[in-house]
Design a binder for this molecule. Structure first.
Ligand code: FMN
Length: 380
């Protein structure tokens, strides 16, 4: 099992950030604080198997004040669901044994952890395509640029993908994970159904927002059936796509409500709203963020994310290095105080500085390590 360095902490967080360090519950799971580690693909699991280095990487963040670790996207077991070397699988005895070690290490460090269950669908980039003659699956066979590349998903292919999510969730529960996060964001399979640009179906899976949510809702329902009522299911969604920052799955709060309704009814316990800057308004005419709208619409706990702890930068600069900026946390504390969201996920700041959360908690902001793209090269 991975061993992590011990930590020292002050009696109480500084008043300005205290709200981030209050406990919060998601379907019976109590988290020690409101800081989550955002899911980040690291390409560091050889042969798709997370090893000791990966376990230490996550445990180090858990030991240093992250209340909930959300793992990098990890592939559910559908033969057409593949990703480049180093992306971890969530199927196969070897990969699941590796994940069991990750869970043990994070729990030993006092943390909580959920895997991000990922089906890439018809994401047409090198390494993400199944070996020929197989083709990737997508709702209408359109890639993210709208180009026809495969046949629309058949009913059998839909059932296979739904089943892959359910089996992965059951495995997560068996391995001791504290819940699961479903990756329904950024233009991958579930989002390919949510997004009208990639979903042109005319059957019950396409058209109006409720229908576009049907595939995701079927995945959630199958997961719920597999894990029972008391196991946290978090769903991450976004407006933006990896290929298009201006893309939108919902044009208005009403459409967002239509989209989220079936997902909530199917059993989502918490939403994770992926934005580039968590404080920006989601729709014209209201200052509310996507997280705040989601909380208002669903009444569920919500995780916000996007540029926490970073200087106000353009997301395009993600890999160019930006100073760490505690001021964004004032916005988060205010938003939590106004009941706009419940947890704050932190990506690049926590990737660069494993002790980021502990330093914020202990008022050691002078010790914060700025985001440095070099951090992407290792699992320190
Ligand atoms: C290196 C890297 C890998 C990422 N991989 C994933 C992923 O596997 N799944 C996902 O949903 N988001 C992924 N993201 C997006 C992050 O979870 C997060 O939403 C984004 O970095 C914004 O948060 P930040 O400003 O705190 O970094 C990734 C981001 C980075 C920088």
């Amino acid at each position: 099992m991975a061993v992590v360095e011990p930590i020292t902490r002050r009696a109480a967080p500084p008043p300005g950030v205290a709200a981030l360090f209050e406990p919060v519950a998601v379907n019976g799971l109590t988290l020690a604080n409101r800081i989550a580690m955002a899911p980040m693909t690291r390409y560091a699991s050889p042969g798709g198997v997370p090893d000791e280095t990966v376990a230490r990487y996550y445990a180090r963040r858990a030991a240093n004040g992250v209340g909930l670790v959300i793992t990098e996207g990890t592939l559910v077991g559908d033969p057409v669901n593949v990703a480049p070397e180093g992306v971890p699988r969530f199927h196969g005895d070897d990969a699941l044994a590796g994940w069991a070690d990750v869970v043990r290490a994070v729990h030993a460090a006092g943390g909580r952890i959920v895997p991000q269950l990922w089906h890439v669908g018809i994401y047409r980039e090198p390494g993400f395509l199944p070996a020929a003659p197989a083709l990737p699956v997508g709702p209408s066979g359109l890639d993210l640029a709208g180009e026809a590349f495969a046949a629309p998903m058949t009913g059998a292919e839909i059932a296979t993908a739904v089943d892959a999510f359910a089996r992965a969730a059951a495995d997560a529960q068996r391995l001791g994970f504290d819940g699961i996060e479903l990756h329904a964001a950024h233009g991958f399979l579930i989002d390919q159904f949510l997004w009208a640009a990639t979903n042109r179906r005319t059957d019950g899976y396409g058209g109006a927002a409720r229908a576009r949510a049907r595939f995701g809702a079927e995945a959630v329902a199958a997961i719920r059936q597999a894990v029972g009522p008391a196991y946290p299911i978090i769903l991450r969604f976004s407006q933006w796509k990896v290929t298009d920052y201006q893309a939108r799955v919902a044009q208005s709060p009403d459409e967002l409500a239509e989209l989220l309704g079936p997902l909530t009814e199917a059993g989502v316990d918490a939403y994770h709203c992926s934005t580039r800057r968590f404080w920006l308004p989601a729709f014209a005419g209201s200052p509310l963020s996507l997280a705040a709208w989601t909380r208002r619409i669903t009444g569920k706990p919500v995780i916000a994310v996007g540029s926490a702890g970073l200087a106000d930068s353009d997301f395009q600069d993600a890999f160019e290095g930006k100073a760490t900026e505690p001021a964004t946390l004032d916005r988060a504390v205010s938003a939590i105080g106004r009941g706009e969201f419940d947890l704050l996920a932190v990506g690049r700041a926590v990737l660069s500085d494993p002790a980021w959360a502990a330093k914020i908690r202990d008022g050691r902001t002078d010790e914060l390590r700025p985001f440095d793209p070099a951090a992407l090269e290792s699992l320190a």
